[in-house]
Design a protein around this ligand. Structure first.
Ligand SMILES: [Zn+2]
Length: 262
């Protein structure tokens, strides 16, 4: 996929980075990414992926924009309240970069459609806000051999790791069991400090671009933790667990048919 003169100008600051260059930018133009969730993490992740010229961007979200979203979801504006998030996201992303294609998936990410949805993209970004969807995404990407850029946020903290499905430690290798509802609070109960998803969503965009172009050292087998109150970034090495229920030696999750959150 060759770049037009317009595109060469648009991506000029990328083109002069040796790790990206014209070849890398052309790879991005030919590439696709699915961002599951167009909220706090999805806003910065999608913005930077669109700005970077990822040729086809999938935006998956079933929600409508609410007033209480806006302190941390800069993809949506006050005027968008009540409208579908995929719609305001697509409008903003195409306004930023009309050179790319944006595909709206206004659906619930579910066991019935998960495999087909992720199969249509080169890389998947987890920007969901609930554990059931997070574990489903992990399992679908491991089973589908897809790279997943995983992240989560709560109050002042955020985590991120990148998973080469079936090759590097997956989310269940690190957190085997899904927390029972009500035991682990979500953003709606515990709150979210607005800039946290901004930082972590930008990390996710960087990871997705690195994976698509093929440079640098992605967060494979590494769990990054960010604490905005202390302003620390810490990293721990994680390893594949032979007893992992989805990527271990004797997996109990071998398909998504009849998948239940656990
Ligand atoms: Zn695993």
């Amino acid at each position: 996929m060759t770049l037009s003169e317009q595109e060469r100008e648009r991506y000029r600051r990328h083109l002069i980075i040796p790790e990206l260059g014209v070849a890398g930018q052309e790879k991005l133009k030919a590439a696709s990414a699915l961002v599951v969730g167009a909220g706090g993490l999805g806003s910065p992740a999608l913005y930077y992926l669109a700005g970077a010229g990822v040729g086809r961007l999938g935006v998956l979200d079933l929600d409508v924009v609410e007033l209480s979203n806006l302190h941390r979801q800069p993809l949506h504006s006050t005027a968008d309240i009540g409208g579908a998030k995929t719609m305001s996201a697509a409008a903003k992303l195409l306004a930023l970069n009309p050179e790319i294609d944006v595909v709206e998936h206004r659906v619930c990410f579910a066991p019935e459609n998960a495999a087909e949805l992720i199969a249509g993209y080169d890389v998947v970004v987890d920007a969901v806000d609930n554990f059931a969807a997070r574990y489903l995404l992990n399992d679908a990407c491991v089973l589908g051999g897809k790279t997943l850029v995983e992240a989560g946020i709560l109050r002042f903290t955020g985590i991120a790791m990148t998973i080469a499905g079936g090759e590097t430690a997956c989310y269940r290798c690190v957190f085997p069991q899904m927390p029972i509802d009500g035991v682990a609070p979500g953003g709606a109960e515990a709150g979210v400090f607005g800039p946290v998803p901004g930082v972590i969503g930008a990390v996710q965009a960087a990871e997705a671009i690195k994976v698509l172009v093929g440079f640098g050292r992605p967060l494979f087998d590494r769990l990054l933790t960010f604490d905005a109150a202390e302003l620390t970034f810490t990293e721990v090495a994680v390893v594949r667990d032979a007893a992992c229920p989805v990527c271990g030696e004797r997996p109990t999750i071998t398909g998504l048919e009849g998948w239940v959150a656990s």
